[in-house]
Design a protein around this ligand. Structure first.
Ligand code: CP
Length: 310
């Protein structure tokens, strides 16, 4: 039996794989524009979401439908699966492996997707594991950057906000580590700085980065401003959350200080850290970014399931 292709973390991707995936996602844009495909007809995706989601769950489900497959699942697995009766994650995954062909899972616990993959007999895709990683978000983020600029090498990217609990910045850092001469500015309040394990990885890969709390100092020289939400639900106390919240707001005034070609990304949802006045600015790319999630996830599902059926 061939080895299963799981998507568990962003470090697993090589540059060649990324570029192939982005090319395939580009093809998926054409597939969607021409009304979809039957490539995955007869295949079933299970979506198991132990945490809330709008974009990730719905874009994966849309991706499977656009590929001609079917979807089963639970959007509130903590309450509406037998987890509430005490079933272990491992048992849930063993059971779901018998009902479907691929599992897309979001969980509260760091490392949950890896635990699931150890017992699954079908591919597992990590749709976010607590404050750990969100690899498919990072793939669509990098895809968006490549689409907007035509390349990633050499870009200056500022990641702003909650860099401790914001799992997307961890995964995006790992993806960017595949590219040449990128420069990353980690800009955050002091109590939510980028974790040491992420910095160690960037050091190992020779990626240049700077940690600062001064967004104004770099605003005029960056290519990408990647804004994030302060992840209120993950803080140990309200006091700690309040220390981090409201520090960095992307508004009309900040936009006036960004370069003319600088793009603004956000994994979304937002909670006030980008004001609505920014939405009509041509540099605001966060809604296109969310749509790109569909194409990347179609390409990923094809990779996990194989493309034998047309
Ligand atoms: N970006 C992201 O993961 O959004 P959702 O939480 O809505 O899935």
């Amino acid at each position: 039996m061939s080895e299963l292709y799981h998507v568990l973390g962003a470090k697993q991707f090589t540059k060649d794989e990324l570029e192939q995936l982005f090319d395939n996602a580009m093809e998926m844009e054409k597939v969607v524009a021409s009304g979809g495909t039957r490539a995955q007809e007869g295949r079933i995706m299970t979506t198991l979401f132990f945490e809330a989601s709008t974009r990730t769950r719905l874009s994966f489900e849309s991706a499977m439908h656009r590929l001609g497959g079917s979807v089963i699942g639970t959007e509130n697995a903590a309450q509406f699966s037998s987890a509430i009766k005490g079933e272990t994650l491992e048992d849930t995954i063993r059971i779901v492996s018998g009902y479907s062909d691929v599992i897309v899972m979001r969980h509260t616990d760091i490392g949950a997707a890896k635990r699931a993959a150890k017992v699954a007999s079908i591919p597992v895709i990590n749709a976010g594991d607590g404050a750990g990683e969100h690899p498919t978000q990072a793939l669509l983020d990098a895809y968006t950057i490549r689409k907007e600029f035509g390349y990633i090498d050499g870009l200056k990217i500022a990641m702003v906000g909650d860099l401790t609990y914001g799992r997307t910045v961890h995964s995006l850092s790992y993806i960017l580590a595949n590219y040449q001469n990128v420069m990353i500015y980690y800009i955050s309040p002091d109590n939510v700085r980028i974790p040491d394990n992420v910095k160690r990885y960037m050091d190992e890969k020779g990626i240049r980065y700077v940690e600062t709390d001064d967004l104004d100092a770099v605003a005029g020289s960056i290519d990408v401003l990647y804004q994030t939400r302060i992840q209120k639900e993950r803080f140990p106390s309200v006091e700690e959350y309040e220390k981090a919240s409201g520090k960095y707001i992307v508004d009309g005034e900040l936009m006036s200080r960004l370069g003319k070609q600088t793009i603004v990304l956000h994994p979304l949802p937002r909670a006030g850290e980008i004001t609505e006045e920014v939405d009509d600015d041509p540099r605001a790319a966060y809604f296109h970014q969310a749509v790109n999630g569909l194409y990347i996830r179609m390409a990923l599902v094809n990779k996990c399931l194989g493309e034998a059926r047309k």
